[in-house]
Design a protein around this ligand. Structure first.
Ligand code: ADP
Ligand code: MG
Ligand code: ZN
Length: 613
């Protein structure tokens, strides 16, 4: 590989500011960029929202020649190219969605060396005429996004990616930089070998997403619980994940009936419909998308402010990935899981269908880890990071329900004994709801028919409500005092530990959490503060109009993070506007005036506001 010194070297910081409008790099970006510029190959694992695109877009601007980005997500290419063009980068894409004359036009620009950044889908590499054209072009860099797709060990293998193995041989002069958000060590080694990376500069960034607030709530009355979240996030974009298509449709219809702008997304919808719904979400035309896990790949929307899981995900990988779609812009976002034990048998049912025994065991183990995440009183962030092999050092993460809640240890031995006594006296043959009915002395037909109103513990716990007994049951399950047996109609059984507690030989306590008011978060990328919401709405309206005029999603004009900053600092004049993160030269020229005008008008209407500079 030739160590080439680029002509026209703009210092990297200057480019960061002028082209992208950012004030500082995020972790690892600068090292990666400097290594690419001096001619090294790179392999980087960085979490979603970590800012991988900048790592190749910035060198694309600085290096001579064309940087070629390979991405499997055709649906994203147009947005990424639009965003790059907005920043004044000469960018284009080639994929199957283009008409042949459009492709020809891109080829012409390519041959004239007038493209700095070219996005293509991996299958192009199997097309001889494309390769011939590319050989005649000066390629500075190949950036391979979603690089885990080349590995059979990864969860998303794509045979198309294997043709990328030839790049190093066919284009020995070009650097290769591979990026992914998910790769175990094994997948990492596989990617490096398959792509033939030459002694690459390697980064494994932390998976910690400091701006995400993790919350688990017991699933009780789901619809009203979800309405509460939506009230808190009124008018903000969010995703609600559900397991089945029916529940997606049901919930989306319900929310629409409540006056919420929501649309469904699942694999059962016509492709056209799916695309339209995704676009409406992307363009801020609806706030909420209710979706199965089919929704995700190909979502680059940076201002998702909450992700709700209304059903239990089947493992932590999926959960991490789905919650990762929140807060890509680095601004705070909530990730809320509604956890109900009744979801476990449904997932177990699917696991039981797996024929390969090892695979089945792994799936079961992963499900148990997910359940533990939801039911243990341990910092959620520590648990998530621990799952990916990272040791989270902070005692208190400051951004999960466990770390911010008031925790009180209470002895629940007596209640546990009442509960298990009811289980024991009914022969350990009934499920949670029935046992709760027995201890609370419910007057139901079933209880009378079974004669359970005659047993000694009937009504022994009627001074406390059902929610309390549900809490006791969950706690006993989480601590393996009792367990559920049978998948279709799980009945409760006592473990050894449970028997000891019932006999008074052991005690059991629970941590009781009380929610306390959330304090503003101090994150890596600055303090998350609130901003002027009234101005924000006005700037958002302006952004939407500009976006519609140009047929791009609003966040491509300016991200929420950028608008928030404007709504804290009120940049009404040029020297101020240029200091806002996300405002580069190209955007300043294109949109600066209109935004400053809006802010000036606002300041005139509100003379008591002083500007933040
Ligand atoms: P990834 O591909 O790693 O998931 P992206 O490249 O899409 O992440 O970046 C996520 C968001 O962060 C984008 O909105 C991007 O503009 C923003 N971003 C990237 N780098 C910086 C930076 N240095 N300062 C501020 N914002 C940044
Ligand atoms: Mg990306
Ligand atoms: Zn925590």
């Amino acid at each position: 590989m030739v160590e080439e010194l680029a002509v026209n070297v703009l210092p990297v910081f200057d480019t960061l500011k002028k082209v992208f409008g950012f004030q500082s790099f995020r972790p690892n970006q600068e090292e990666i960029i400097r290594n690419i510029i001096v001619g090294k190959d790179v392999f980087a694992v960085m979490p979603t929202g970590g800012g991988k695109s900048l790592c190749y877009q910035l060198p694309a601007k600085i290096l001579n020649g064309t940087a070629v980005v390979i991405s499997p997500l055709i649906s994203l290419m147009k947005d990424q190219v639009d965003a790059a063009v907005e920043n004044g980068i000469s960018a284009a894409f080639i994929n199957s969605s283009l008409a042949s004359e459009e492709t020809a036009a891109v080829f012409r620009r390519l041959r004239n060396n007038s493209i700095e950044l070219l996005y293509i889908a991996p299958e192009r590499f199997a097309m001889p005429n494309f390769l011939e054209t590319l050989k005649g072009v000066r390629v500075s860099l190949f950036a391979i996004d979603e690089a885990h797709c080349i590995s059979e060990w990864g969860h998303d293998f794509r045979p198309d990616y294997l043709s990328l193995s030839n790049i190093a041989k066919t284009f020995p002069e070009a650097r290769i930089a591979a990026f992914t958000a998910t790769a175990t060590r094994k997948v990492q080694d596989d990617i490096i070998v398959k792509l033939g990376l030459r002694n690459p500069f390697t980064v494994r960034a932390s998976f910690n997403r400091q701006n995400l607030f993790y919350i688990v709530k017991a699933k009780r009355e789901l619809t009203s619980q979800i309405m509460d979240v939506l009230k808190k996030h009124a008018g903000e974009p969010g995703i609600i994940y559900r397991t089945t298509r029916d529940s997606v449709d049901g919930m989306s219809t319900f929310l629409s009936g409540q006056g919420i702008k929501a649309l469904p997304y699942h694999a059962g919808l016509e492709q056209e419909q799916r695309k339209a719904n995704q676009e409406a979400f992307s363009k801020d035309e609806v706030n909420v998308i209710v979706a199965t896990i089919a929704f995700g790949m190909g979502i680059d929307k940076s201002n998702v402010r909450f992700v709700i899981h209304a059903d239990l995900p089947k493992n932590i990988e999926s959960y991490y990935q789905e919650t990762g779609r929140a807060g890509r812009d680095g601004e705070p976002a909530d990730c809320i899981l509604f956890f109900g034990r009744e979801d476990i048998p449904r997932i177990r049912y699917f696991i039981d269908q797996i024929t390969d025994e090892t695979e089945r065991d792994i799936a079961l183990k992963k499900l148990n880890q997910m359940v533990r995440y939801a039911s243990h009183n341990v910092c959620r962030r520590r648990q998530l990071l621990g799952y990916f092999g990272e040791d989270y050092a902070n005692k208190n993460c400051g951004a999960c329900d466990i770390c911010t809640g008031k925790v009180e240890k209470v002895d629940i031995t007596i209640d546990a004994q009442i509960f298990m006594s009811a289980m024991s006296r009914t022969g350990q043959r009934f499920g949670i709801m029935h046992i709760i009915d027995v201890v609370t002395g419910a007057d139901t037909k079933r209880i009378r028919e079974l004669g359970h109103d005659k047993i000694k513990t009937f009504g022994a716990g009627k001074d406390k409500d059902k929610n309390h007994w549900r809490f006791i049951a969950d706690e006993l399950l989480a601590q393996d005092v009792i367990y559920q047996d049978g998948s279709a109609y799980p009945v409760l059984k006592m473990s050894e530990k449970g028997k000891n507690i019932l006999l008074g030989k052991e005690k059991v306590s629970a941590l009781k959490r009380e929610e306390i008011k959330k304090k503003p978060l101090k994150g890596k990328w600055g303090v998350f503060e609130d901003c002027d919401r009234i101005l924000f709405e006005r700037l958002r309206t302006l952004r939407k109009r500009l976006a519609d005029e140009q047929e791009v999603p609003p966040y491509i004009i300016f991200s929420d993070k950028t608008l928030h900053e404007m709504c804290r600092r009120y940049p009404a004049a040029l020297p101020e506007m240029i200091r806002i993160s996300g405002v580069g030269d190209a955007k300043l020229e294109r949109y600066g005036d209109e935004f400053m005008e809006e802010i000036r008008t606002y300041l005139e209407e509100n003379p008591d506001i002083s500007c933040g500079f």
